[in-house]
Design a protein around this ligand. Structure first.
Ligand code: GDP
Length: 297
């Protein structure tokens, strides 16, 4: 669907005279192509601009290695800069879950993959780290969502908090906290209600729950295919609730993953995991290298 950036760039450099170092003009010409590639990959315009500026300074004057073409060299510089921007400071897959029971708050819009991701992470914590996990659904608006979590729990062998009708999200959160302590759980995960759009009531509700449990991690789950919308959602949740990381779902789709770069650049929050399908083990720790490769096509 997209022309590979390396191919595009070798085309650009074929037209340029061979020189010992990348001149400002060469780099500018090449970065115009990179900018198009970033925009096609759904990176937002301001982020693409900023990124190009950074790379421009790095690339100009670099001597061209004999073993690669100038085009390949620019691609490598861009690739490394992408990885550098995408990488968080810490190990993205390492959740802060010492001092049991550790609360993890799962937030996001409806349909983003929140419940599925809650199940996936619970399974991962159980299977990989041997943790005893409790999951609770706070989605009082959609009884089906509560049932969905219970079904997932049974499927993956993770306990879910018994459903009590008529309770408010804050009360369910309190009950989960109590049950997690009494039952000797290492982690309890709260799957909050999502809405189709961000609204005041949703935010207030999540904020109240956050204040009750003081989560060790607040993970925002967003559909990685929604590009700019995902970035706006992340910004809003981070402003109002404060998130500790992002899970990008549907990365098994054919999106180019540019949202990851915008998300990181705009919110400064690390991407922690990527969802790669509907199955309960279709989740991986975020790897900047892979996404960088995908953005560049
Ligand atoms: P929620 O409303 O945010 O809780 O969303 P759900 O967890 O119910 O997910 C909505 C739909 O997206 C379900 O059909 C999931 O199976 C699907 N889904 C979730 N994560 C992924 C993913 O990483 N890849 C794909 N292909 N589908 C996903």
């Amino acid at each position: 669907m997209f022309e590979n950036l390396s191919e595009r760039l070798s085309g650009v450099f074929d037209r340029l005279t061979k020189q010992g170092a990348l001149s400002e003009e060469d780099v500018k010409t090449a970065l115009r192509e990179v900018r198009v590639a970033l925009l096609e990959a759904d990176v937002s315009l301001p982020v693409a601009r900023e990124f190009i500026k950074k790379v421009q300074d790095q690339a100009t004057g670099q001597s061209v290695t004999k073993s690669v073409t100038p085009g390949q060299q620019v691609v490598k510089i861009v690739h490394d800069a992408l990885v550098d921007t995408l990488r968080g400071d810490e190990d993205p897959g390492k959740l802060k879950i010492d001092n049991p029971p550790a609360p993890i708050l799962m937030v996001g819009l409806q349909g983003g993959g929140k419940t599925t991701t809650t199940g996936k992470l619970a399974k991962r914590l159980k299977d990989r780290d041997g943790k005893k996990v409790l999951m609770a659904s706070l989605d009082i608006y959609r009884p089906a969502a509560m049932d969905q979590l219970a079904v997932l729990g049974a499927q993956i062998g993770v306990d879910t908090l018994p459903i009590v009708k008529g309770q408010k999200p804050v009360d369910i959160a309190k009950r989960a906290k109590q049950q997690a302590a009494l039952g000797g759980y290492d982690v309890y995960m709260l799957d909050t209600a999502g809405r189709l759009h961000i609204d005041e009531i949703l935010m207030q509700e999540v904020e109240d729950v956050r204040n009750v449990v003081d989560p060790r991690e607040t993970l925002l789950v967003v559909d990685g295919l929604t590009g700019q919308v995902a970035v706006e959602v992340a910004q809003e949740f981070d402003d109002k609730i404060g998130i500790s990381g992002v899970v990008l779902t549907r990365m098994d789709g054919d999106g180019r993953g540019g949202a990851a770069l915008s998300m990181r650049a705009v919110t400064g929050k690390p991407i922690r995991f990527v969802g790669l399908g509907e199955k309960m083990d279709a989740i991986e720790t975020f790897e900047p290298d892979r996404i960088a490769g995908r953005i560049l096509g």
